[in-house]
Design a binder for this molecule. Structure first.
Ligand code: COA
Ligand code: AMP
Length: 633
C-alpha cells in the first residue's frame, strides 16, 4: 500500500536538496539558485540562497508571459454585500502593478513593512501582491482583532504604511474599521507615515489629509510598475500569531522557498492542476488565507475564489454549495468548524440537494482537529474524499496530509494522515527518547525544515531558537502532542502550550489572562479552552477578586468580557467570565489549568498529588454548574 507515496516521501527525507531542487525548476527565477540548502548555521537554514526571483512575478506575470493572461485569476463573491465579479490574470496584474506604483509614490521601498487590515475584498489581495511586486514586506492583520492587537503589530513591524478599508461586514453588523485603526495608530509608539483607505460603497468615511489618503486618490497619479528582483532569502511577509505568552510572534516567510513549496503542494497534496478552480474558505488574515486564497493557487495558475461570507447566515446553510456550484469549484479547503456550523443548521443536507456539485472532487479540512462525526457527515453528503490535514502558521503548508495528487491513501478517522514529503516527523517522550509507534509525546520535526517554513521570527532570532528549536536539539517543536501509529499515521491530540483553537482561530489564553489581570478588581485569573460542539473550543475565564471589592460579580464579569472584546477583539469569542473564590494551585503556586479544564469538559481526571487544597475543585465545580458549563450529576 501507498508504495508510490513512500518512494517520493523517502526521497524527500534522504535527499532533500535533490528533491527541492527538482521542485524549484517549476518556478520562475530571474537567476536560478546554484546553492540549494545552506546548513552552516543551525537552526537557521537557508534554502536557495543565491536564487533571484519575485513572488508577484510567479503569481501573475509568469502565467501572462505564457499566453494565459485571459484566464480568470480571482472570483470575488460577497453574499454579504451582493457584489460579485471576476478578474483575469491580466486585469489583476494591471491593478496590482498600479497599486504597487501608488505605494512607491508614497515612499515605500524594498524591505519596508506595510500593514494590511482589511476585510475579504479583492483590494486586500491586490495590496498583498503589490507589496510583493516592489519587495515590501506585508503584514496582514485579521479584521476581527481589536486596536490593541493592531497597535502591537504596528510597533513590532515598524510599518511605514497602513492599508485599510472603511469597513467590514459581519452578519447583522458593520465593522467600522476607521475608529479601530485611529485608536491603534494612537496607541502605537511607532508612527506610520501614511494610511491608505479603501472606501467601500455605501460606507464612506472622512479622511484627514495629508496623512490619510483614499485608495482611489493614491491611484490617480500612479503608474504601473514592474516586479523587482528579490533574493530568495529576503522576506515576503510577516504574519503575527499567538505565542506562548501574550506577545504575538512575527512569523516570517522567505521568498524563494515559499514559492517553490506552495506551488509543489497544489498538485501533490491537493491534486490541483493549473486552470482548476480552487476555493479556500478562510480569511486572508490567517495563514490558510495567505497560502491558499492568495499565493499557492496563483503560483499554480488556478482560479481562486475570494468569498466574503459565512458558511451559515449569509443567507443560509446552502452558501457553500452555491459557490461550489456557481463556479464549478474542484476542491474546497476550510476549517471543520464551518462544516459543524452547516451540519447544525441543515443536518439532513436539504440545502445541499438544491445545487449541482458534479464538478466537486474533494474537501480538505484543517486548523483544528476534524472530529470523525463531522468528516463522516461530510463524506455521506458530498460523496467525495474528505481529508483532514495538519499544519501551522509557522510552516505555511501541511505537515501531514493525504497527498491526493501522489496517491490517495486510506482514511483513518481522527488522524491527519501521514507526514508530507519534506517533513521528518517524530514523537519525543518526556524523557527525551523517541516514542515507539502509538506512544504519546511531543510532536517534533527533524531539522532542517523544508522550504516555505519559517526561517526565523521577525527581529527575534533568539526567540525563534529558544522557543522552537532548543527543547529538543535538532528538532522543531510543534507544540502539538499526539502519537504516530504503526502505519505512520499522525494523531494530533492537543497543544502543549496555552494556545487554543476557537472556530479555527488560533488564540492564546495567556493573552486573554493578561487583559483580565488589568481589571482593577481582579486579583488573579485563569483562562481555559473548554470543549465546544460548534467552535471546537471556547475560552472561559475564572476570576478571583481582590479583597474588599464592593462591585457585584455580574458587573465585573460583564466588564471583563467587554475588556477582552475591546483589547483582543470579537474573534476571541470570550463570553464567559466566572467569579470564583480561589484558584486551585500546586504547592509551588502553579495554577492547575489542565485539571480545571478536564473537570469542565467532564472527562476523568486524577486529583494532582501536589494540589494545595483539593476542596477548591469542589467549589469550582459548583460554580461551573451554576454557570451552565457543567451539568450537575
Ligand atoms: N472582522 C470583524 N469581526 C469578526 C471577523 C472579522 N473578519 N471575523 C469574525 N468576527 C467576529 C464575529 O462577528 C463574531 O462577533 P460577535 O461576537 O459579535 O458575534 C466574533 O468575531 C466571533 O467570530 P467567530 O468565532 O467566527 O464566530 P461566528 O459565530 O461569527 O461564526 C463560524 C462561526 C463557524 C461560522 C465561523 O467561525 C466560520 O466560518 N469559521 C470558518 C473557519 C475559518 O475561517 N477559520 C480560519 C482558519 S482556517
Ligand atoms: P494555526 O497556526 O492558526 O494554523 O494553528 C495551528 C494549530 O492548529 C496546530 O498547531 C494545531 O494545534 C491545530 N491544528 C491545525 N490543523 C489541525 C488538524 N488537522 N488536526 C489537529 N489540530 C490541528
Amino acid at each position: 500500500m501507498s508504495e508510490k507515496f513512500s518512494k517520493i516521501y523517502d526521497h524527500s527525507i534522504k535527499n532533500p536538496e535533490n528533491f527541492w531542487q527538482e521542485a524549484s525548476n517549476d518556478i520562475f527565477w530571474f537567476k536560478k539558485p546554484t546553492k540549494i540548502l545552506n546548513k552552516s548555521n543551525p537552526p537557521f537554514y537557508k534554502w536557495f540562497e543565491d536564487g533571484i526571483t519575485n513572488t508577484c512575478y510567479n503569481a501573475l506575470d509568469f502565467h501572462i508571459d505564457q499566453g494565459k493572461g485571459k484566464r480568470t485569476a480571482l472570483i470575488y463573491d460577497s453574499p454579504i454585500t451582493g457584489s460579485k465579479y471576476k478578474l483575469t490574470y491580466e486585469e489583476l496584474r494591471s491593478k496590482v502593478s498600479k497599486f504597487a506604483g501608488a505605494l512607491k509614490n508614497q515612499g515605500v521601498n524594498k524591505g519596508d513593512r506595510i500593514i494590511i487590515y482589511m476585510p475579504m475584498i479583492p483590494e486586500a489581495v491586490i495590496a498583498m501582491l503589490a507589496c510583493a511586486r516592489i519587495g515590501a514586506i506585508h503584514s496582514v492583520v485579521f479584521g476581527g482583532f481589536a486596536s490593541n492587537e493592531l497597535a502591537s503589530r504596528i510597533d513590532d513591524s515598524k510599518a511605514k504604511v497602513l492599508v485599510t478599508a472603511s469597513c467590514g461586514f459581519e452578519p447583522g453588523r458593520t465593522v467600522e474599521y476607521k475608529p479601530l485603526v485611529d485608536e491603534a495608530v494612537k496607541l502605537a509608539n511607532h508612527k506610520i507615515d501614511k494610511m491608505i483607505l479603501f472606501q467601500r460603497t455605501a460606507h464612506e468615511v472622512k479622511l484627514n489629509a495629508p496623512k490619510e489618503i483614499s485608495w482611489d486618490e493614491v491611484l490617480l497619479k500612479a503608474k504601473e510598475v514592474d516586479c523587482v528582483e528579490m533574493n530568495s532569502n529576503e522576506f515576503a511577509y510577516i504574519l503575527y500569531t499567538s505565542g506562548t505568552t501574550g506577545t504575538p510572534k512575527g512569523i516570517v516567510r522567505d521568498i524563494g522557498g515559499h514559492i517553490v513549496a506552495l506551488k509543489w503542494t497544489m498538485k501533490n497534496i491537493y491534486n490541483i492542476d493549473e486552470g482548476d478552480i480552487w476555493w479556500s474558505a478562510s480569511d486572508i488574515g490567517w495563514i490558510v488565507g495567505h497560502s491558499y486564497i492568495v499565493y499557492a493557487p496563483l503560483f499554480k495558475g488556478c482560479t481562486t475564489v475570494l468569498f466574503e461570507g459565512k458558511p451559515v447566515g449569509t443567507p443560509d446553510a446552502g452558501a457553500f454549495w452555491k459557490i461550489i456550484s456557481d463556479y464549478k469549484v474542484k476542491s474546497l479547503f476550510t476549517a471543520p468548524t464551518a462544516f459543524r456550523a452547516i451540519k447544525k443548521e441543515d443536518p439532513k443536507g436539504e440545502f445541499f440537494s438544491k445545487y449541482d456539485l458534479s464538478k466537486f472532487e474533494s474537501l480538505f479540512l484543517a486548523g483544528e482537529r476534524a472530529d470523525p462525526d463531522t468528516i463522516k457527515w461530510a463524506e455521506n453528503l458530498l460523496k467525495v474524499p474528505v481529508i483532514d490535514h495538519w499544519w501551522q502558521t509557522e510552516t505555511s503548508w501541511a505537515i501531514s496530509s493525504n497527498c491526493t495528487g501522489i496517491e490517495m491513501m486510506e482514511t483513518k478517522y481522527g488522524s491527519a494522515c501521514k507526514a508530507v514529503p519534506g517533513y521528518d516527523v517524530k514523537v519525543i517522550k518526556q524523557d527525551h527518547s523517541l516514542a515507539k509507534p502509538n506512544e504519546m509525546g511531543d510532536i517534533v520535526v527533524k531539522l532542517p525544515l523544508p522550504p516555505g517554513t519559517f526561517p526565523t521570527l521577525w527581529n527575534a532570532d533568539k526567540r525563534y531558537k529558544d522557543n522552537y528549536m532548543s527543547n529538543y536539539e535538532g528538532y522543531y517543536q510543534t507544540y502539538d502532542a499526539g502519537h504516530i501509529d504503526e502505519d505512520g499515521y499522525i494523531w494530533i491530540m492537543s497543544r502543549t502550550d496555552d494556545i487554543i483553537n476557537v472556530a479555527g482561530h488560533r488564540l492564546s489564553t495567556g493573552a486573554i489572562e493578561e487583559v483580565l489581570s488589568e481589571h482593577q478588581s481582579v486579583a488573579e485569573c485563569a483562562v481555559l479552552g473548554i470543549a465546544d460542539k460548534l467552535k471546537g473550543q471556547l475560552p472561559i475565564g475564572l476570576i478571583v477578586l481582590k479583597a474588599g471589592v464592593d462591585k457585584d460579580n455580574a458587573t465585573i464579569s460583564k466588564e471583563c468580557i467587554q475588556m477582552v472584546r475591546d483589547k483582543i477583539g470579537p474573534v476571541a469569542a470570550f463570553k464567559v467570565a466566572i467569579v470564583i473564590k480561589r484558584l486551585p494551585k500546586t504547592r509551588s503556586g502553579k495554577i492547575l489549568r489542565g485539571t480545571i479544564r478536564k473537570m469542565a469538559d467532564n472527562v476523568d481526571f486524577k486529583m494532582p498529588p501536589t494540589i494545595d487544597d483539593p476542596l477548591i475543585l469542589d467549589e469550582i465545580k459548583d460554580d461551573l454548574i451554576k454557570n451552565n458549563i457543567l451539568k450537575s450529576a
